[in-house]
Ligand binder design. Structure first.
Ligand SMILES: Cc1cc2nc3c(=O)[nH]c(=O)nc-3n(C[C@H](O)[C@H](O)[C@H](O)COP(=O)(O)O)c2cc1C
Length: 402
């Protein structure tokens, strides 16, 4: 019951993703939150107030000039009698109103009148999201302190189009709400943490690259849990298809060299956690133009060269973080390799896991890790990647304070 006692005003605006708001209400309520729904006129074209009210077990507010509602709650109280205002889905139209301070219906009036944190989950066609007007509005809203979750890349429900604009999934929105309203202990408050996550892509030519199967799920979850403990987290992420974790600054990179540059630019930091599956090698000289297949000739040879070792570089850096944690993904001799890595890379502990295909760990949702340090080896049970992240964040906080 991570949201027990929290009151959320959920504003549903008129996009096709309004149907996902129904699931979102369930997800928030099963975490203990009270959800008070408010729907725009357009939202009611997509889902009915009856369904929304039944799931929320509360009255659905729809009308600025409703006599009963004004006497009963009133739009100002509606705007303030909550811990968080959540807009999901947020249409381009409603964000434009928010960015310009319009207040010509109940949703926009409440958003202008509220003094509570506001979290927005945009959902729209990729062309609408990419439009300069929407870009300007998002920028303005960020400057105004509005928080965002998503949108994600993927297929649009209505148009058969794909791109950036899909509303974040209800579970991801619920996690962002948890992160925002979390009032648990903050042992890492004020501490700067760098986390790397995901794979790297090493270009062969402008259209081809060498990659690996890392999904970024473990690194992103660790970044989220460190942020939850109060840390200021910079997440340097290789190319992934999962959403950004709530409450962290994300720097997107492609190659190992870009990742190293982003990590060293983020130094100094108190703690570094290097989860990314960085390619050991890159193509020595990537071609400027697409390498053409030539009839009768075999494939072009690929000469590889070693990539920089990010963990080792940071482990021996003049601005080395006080605590350095590395990951060792192995398919054989897991512990021996992790122990060797500990000394060679200058890490305080190595989180070792067996990523042989049979384990399903690469890309999967579960992980079984061993923590290798000078003190010995801790064997953790099979856990979800989120549970591993939560435990590891707590372990890092403990080690940092020791
Ligand atoms: C079928 C259909 C789907 C729509 N989907 C979206 C959407 O996903 N995102 C969006 O910003 N607008 C969408 N619109 C347009 C909005 O409904 C329209 O801008 C409306 O004025 C929004 O009102 P509101 O912001 O008060 O809810 C859609 C319209 C239709 C007819």
């Amino acid at each position: 019951m991570t949201l027990a006692g929290k009151r959320i005003l959920l504003i549903i605006s008129g996009g096709i993703a309004a149907y996902k708001a129904l699931d979102l209400i369930r997800r928030l309520r099963e975490r203990g939150a009270a959800v008070r729904p408010l729907m725009t006129a357009a939202a009611q074209e997509f889902v009915t107030p009856l369904a929304v009210g039944a799931l929320a077990a509360d009255h659905v507010f729809t009308d600025l000039f409703s006599r009963e509602d004004e006497q009963d709650v009133g739009h100002i109280r509606l705007a303030r009698d909550c811990d968080l205002v959540l807009v999901a889905p947020a249409t381009a139209d409603l964000m434009a109103k928010m960015a310009n301070g319009l207040a010509n219906d109940l949703a926009s009036t409440v958003l202008l009148a509220t003094n509570r944190p506001v979290l927005v989950a945009p959902a729209m066609n990729p062309a609408m999201w990419a439009h300069p007007a929407t870009r300007r509005n998002v920028e303005t809203l960020r400057e105004d302190g509005i928080r965002f979750i998503g949108p994600e890349a993927g297929e649009m429900a209505e148009s058969g189009e794909a791109g950036l604009g899909r509303m974040a999934e209800p579970l991801a929105i619920a996690a962002a709400v948890e992160a925002l309203l979390d009032d648990g202990p903050k042992p890492l408050k004020g501490r700067r943490v760098i986390v790397t996550s995901g794979p790297t892509h090493e270009p062969i030519d402008p259209v081809r690259y060498i990659a690996n199967r890392s999904s970024g799920k473990q690194g992103h979850a660790i970044a989220a849990h460190l942020a939850r403990l109060g840390a200021d987290v910079t997440l340097v992420s290789g190319p992934v298809t999962i959403p950004d974790p709530a409450g962290v600054e994300v720097i997107r990179v492609e190659s190992a060299r870009e990742m190293l540059a982003a990590v060293t630019a983020a130094l100094p930091a108190d703690i570094g956690v290097f989860v990314a599956a960085v390619a050991d090698w890159r193509v020595a000289t990537s071609a400027d133009n697409k390498i053409k297949k030539k009839e009768g000739e075999g494939p072009a040879p690929l000469a590889l060269t070693e990539n920089p070792d990010i963990l080792k570089t940071v482990g021996h850096h003049e601005n080395r973080p006080r605590l350095v944690v590395g990951f060792a993904a192995e398919t054989a001799d897991v512990i021996a390799n992790a122990e060797a890595k500990l000394a060679r890379k200058g890490a305080d502990f190595i989180v070792a896991n067996d990523v042989s295909p049979a384990t399903g760990i690469m890309g999967g949702d579960r992980n079984r890790v061993r923590i290798v340090s000078k003190q010995g080896v801790e064997d953790w049970p099979d856990l979800s990647k989120d549970e591993v992240a939560e435990r590891l964040a707590a372990r890092i906080a403990e080690a940092f304070q020791a």
